[in-house]
Write a protein that binds this ligand. Structure first.
Ligand SMILES: *[C@@H]1O[C@H](CO)[C@@H](O)[C@H](O)[C@H]1NC(C)=O
Ligand SMILES: *[C@@H]1O[C@H](CO)[C@@H](O)[C@H](O)[C@H]1NC(C)=O
Ligand SMILES: *[C@@H]1O[C@H](CO)[C@@H](O)[C@H](O)[C@H]1NC(C)=O
Ligand SMILES: *[C@@H]1O[C@H](CO)[C@@H](O)[C@H](O)[C@H]1NC(C)=O
Ligand SMILES: *[C@@H]1O[C@H](CO)[C@@H](O)[C@H](O)[C@H]1NC(C)=O
Length: 762
């Protein structure tokens, strides 16, 4: 047959394209399984606006910077602090949150003028950015904002979840509660009617403060002159515990000798019952202690910059743990990476009960304090205001000797996590699973699950912001089963899961989403509620063979399961058939099989996952795109290719499987001449591959230019195992004539139980 595609053997361009196509496959292969590198890959990715994850977006004309979110006690109202306004949103019903009401709270003209006069931008900075929004009591919220670089706070009265207007004479000074600069980090939490805040206390942003205000107890602050905090301390979270309130922040570390400025993440504690000193440390904390937080993989640079931290609510079975996201000061290979670490509260308590560090004034070095024990123990919550000896000690001994070591649950490069929310989800078998929702600096949300004994995996990635804006805030609404994500342009409502995107039991089980299970009766993947015993889920292993065994997807004694549906395709003379294969999971590898026979090499090629088939004798029959994931192989889609003139007899094994006639994309090959075939089909293939080649060549040159790149490239080639050594040598004549045979994996080579990647190269 003159039309056969392998006539490309004589065309140097085609050969080049084959070579680069292979190069492309090589480079785009996932790194050899296991440690380090990229970290877990989201199993499913949704682009912004993807209908499979129908999200709702709230926005309000004229408003922006939806930075602060607060859930009402009954969980039905979301209060939102935006730029110069506070909103109450009704989130009771699924779909777009509905505006209950909105109250303006602009900075005064006077403050705006002063702000502009001090060389701040009247377009971007001299506004009231809401930074604190907490429930004060049953009838009032408490809010603070930057108020054009002049922080202000106020109570806001509520009436049936409606916000009443702010009275000008009720606005008070908010210094130490809200930052001056909207770009500065801050945190605040209300405990027993008192506001614990960590923020910048001056216009210049050089004086961090940790402060307690409101309520009946005295106002307490950190001492500036004792340098308890480095001037660049940046607070990200405040979490109350039984006796103390913990603050999480990042600052320059002064206790290490290091050739460059080294940041470190910290946890600080203050006691709730602290009332300040009587003679010493008046109106100052007498129980301020801080310790280093360490989130690192063994033998690697630490993730030293904390971005956010949350406490897992107490209903979990184990000890309360704090989950925090970190990034690193160092960019390895030009990309940022992030980590999630978990810290147990008992570890934190233990470190604060341990040894202190002290600064040797002569050598300016921090060393372990080895002096005598002071009683009552300085920094403990039983220390009274009048124990001068302990207070004197406290002035210089506020840094703990030991650090709190966290367990890295997830390490991922190329991503910068900015926010997280955490909850536990009960699986079908009653075991509970930690679920993390992670917001990124490019506006996407990762849903991660932490299995009991291993590191986390990513169930999905949802791109929320179409223009890659960072996630500013995440608020879980458990009764609504949704996560709310605040952005500069508006607020996204993201349901925890859409189980119906998993169309088969296999897909449902492989997803390992604790919120979803397969209902064999309705044959739907559904949201778990009430845990019916007949439903199927396998959180621990994600093994469909076990979980879907008795359903219609049962595996026959032979390894391949039979298809659920066969799509019938008619060949059209002089046209290339394109059989698409939906790639449901990024964790699966895909290959094409042709019944028990070999894929007819002479008349087919795989491009972008689709099988391109040139109609000719013997090409008809069953074609299946087979996915292999977690050691399990299953057909994703099955086609029966038939020709109009000579219908093929259907394989008796496939009798009884429902069939459906479908239209697939066709490319006309005019005239039937081989030249025409090349002209109509090859051009777009060629253009793509040649462009790709140029880009890849550039990338490769860059990669190889750096010694690290050489190492990495070497590692990749060795780790790959699919490539015969001679591939590294320039193309030989032999290869020209046999472009693809060596690398093709035919269906019969692929065994479900080994880890053959089964990538098709043609
Ligand atoms: C869930 O997924 C199904 C199937 O892809 C889709 O039809 C439906 O609109 C989705 N629903 C939501 C709420 O995302
Ligand atoms: C900011 O100030 C400039 C002049 O100083 C003025 O022209 C401009 O309109 C102001 N912008 C806003 C938003 O007030
Ligand atoms: C809540 O606090 C506000 C402000 O201090 C106060 O005016 C109001 O009476 C309090 N309401 C209740 C129910 O305690
Ligand atoms: C997790 O590990 C602990 C010991 O490290 C073991 O006792 C437990 O059975 C393991 N759990 C699972 C689900 O594998
Ligand atoms: C690859 O296939 C997917 C669908 O499977 C399609 O959306 C995408 O546009 C294709 N890409 C190219 C370069 O053809």
């Amino acid at each position: 047959m003159t039309m056969a595609l392998p006539s490309l053997g004589q065309d140097p361009w085609s050969l080049l394209s084959v070579f680069f196509f292979q190069l492309f496959l090589l480079l785009s292969l996932p790194p050899a399984s296991g440690t380090g590198g990229q970290g877990p890959v989201p199993r499913v990715k949704y682009h912004a606006g993807d209908g499979h994850r129908a999200l709702s977006f709230f926005q309000q004309k004229g408003l922006r910077d939806f930075d602060t979110l607060l859930l009402s006690g009954d969980g039905n109202t979301l209060y939102v602090g935006a730029r110069e306004a506070i909103l109450a949103l009704n989130i009771e019903n699924p779909g777009i949150p509905r505006l209950r009401n909105m109250i303006p709270w602009p900075a005064s003209e006077k403050k705006k003028n002063e702000c502009a006069f001090k060389k701040k931008s009247n377009e971007t900075q001299c506004f009231n950015f809401i930074r604190v929004l907490v429930s004060y009591n049953a009838t009032h919220l408490y809010a603070c904002g930057t108020f054009a670089f002049s922080p202000a706070c106020t109570f806001i009265e509520l009436q049936d979840s409606f916000l009443l207007p702010i009275l000008k004479d009720k606005v008070t000074d908010g210094k130490g509660q809200s930052p001056f600069d909207p770009a500065h980090k801050h945190t605040a939490v209300l405990v027993d009617g008192m506001l614990y805040s960590g923020t910048m206390n001056n216009f210049l942003g050089s004086e961090p403060i940790l402060m307690r205000t409101l309520g009946s107890q005295p106002v307490l602050k950190t001492d500036i002159f004792l340098r308890w905090l480095h001037p660049d301390a940046s607070f990200v979270a405040a979490i109350p515990s039984t006796q103390v309130v913990y603050f999480f922040f990042e600052e320059t570390a002064s206790e290490f000798d290091f050739f460059e400025e080294l940041y470190t993440s910290r946890v600080a504690q203050v006691c709730k019952n602290d009332v300040g000193g009587e003679k010493l440390l008046q109106k100052k904390w007498t129980t301020f202690l801080k310790a280093q937080l360490l989130c690192a993989q063994p033998g690697q640079l630490p993730f030293n910059i904390i971005r956010h931290a949350v406490l897992l609510p107490a209903d979990s079975p184990s000890v309360p743990r704090i989950y925090a996201v970190f990034t690193s000061q160092w960019q390895v290979g030009g990309t940022r990476s992030s980590a999630v670490c978990a810290f147990s509260l008992t570890d934190i308590e233990r470190v604060f009960k341990g040894k202190y560090k002290e600064l040797n004034k002569e050598t300016s070095r921090w060393t372990t304090y080895r002096g005598s024990e002071v009683n009552p123990r300085p920094g403990s919550c039983s220390m009274g205001p009048s124990s001068d000896k302990a207070l004197t000690f406290m002035k210089d001994h506020f840094l703990m000797d030991e650090h709190v070591v966290g367990a890295p649950l997830l390490v991922k490069s190329g991503v910068e996590y900015t926010q997280l929310a955490v909850e536990t989800a009960q699986g079908l078998d009653g075991s509970s699973h930690v679920v993390l929702y992670l917001g990124t600096s490019t506006g996407s949300l990762h849903k991660a699950v932490v299995p009991q004994n291993s590191s986390a995996y990513l169930v999905e990635e949802i791109q929320l912001s179409p223009n890659s804006e960072p996630v500013q805030n995440l608020q879980l609404a458990p009764t609504q089963g949704a996560v709310f994500a605040g952005f500069s342009e508006g607020i996204w409502r993201v349901p925890r899961a859409n189980c119906s995107v998993y169309k088969s039991c296999v897909d449902c089980v492989l997803a390992r989403d604790p919120h979803c299970a397969w209902d064999p009766e309705s044959r739907l993947c559904s949201l778990l509620s009430g845990s019916p015993l007949t439903w199927k889920q396998d959180m621990e292993r994600g093994n469909p063979e076990w979980a879907c065994a008795r359903g219609p997807m049962a595996r026959s004694p032979r390894r391949q399961s039979s298809p659920q549906l066969i799509k019938e395709v008619l060949t059209v003379p002089n046209s290339i058939l394109e059989l698409p294969c939906p790639q449901l999971s990024a964790l699966a590898s895909y290959h094409w099989s042709h019944g028990k026979a070999k894929i007819p090499e002479a008349s087919s090629t795989v491009y972008n996952g689709s099988l391109l088939l040139l109609p000719q004798d013997g090409v008809g029959g069953l074609y299946q795109c087979v996915a292999t994931e977690n050691g399990y192989s299953y057909p994703v889609v099955s086609y029966w290719v038939d020709s109009q003139d000579q219908p093929l007899a259907l394989d008796p094994e496939l009798a009884g499987v429902p069939r459906e006639r479908v239209q697939v994309p066709l490319t006309r090959v005019g005239g039937g001449a081989s030249m025409a075939a090349q002209r109509s089909y090859w051009p777009h293939f060629l253009i793509v591959t040649v462009l790709l080649a140029i880009v890849l060549l550039g990338v490769l040159t860059l990669l190889l230019a750096s010694p690290l790149g050489v190492l990495r490239a070497r590692g990749k080639v060795q780790g790959c195992g699919m490539l015969p050594p001679r591939e590294k040598a320039p193309l030989s004549r032999e290869q020209h004539l046999q472009p693809s045979k060596d690398h093709r994996t035919s269906a019969s080579d692929v065994d479900a139980d080994n880890n053959h990647l089964g990538a098709e190269v043609a």
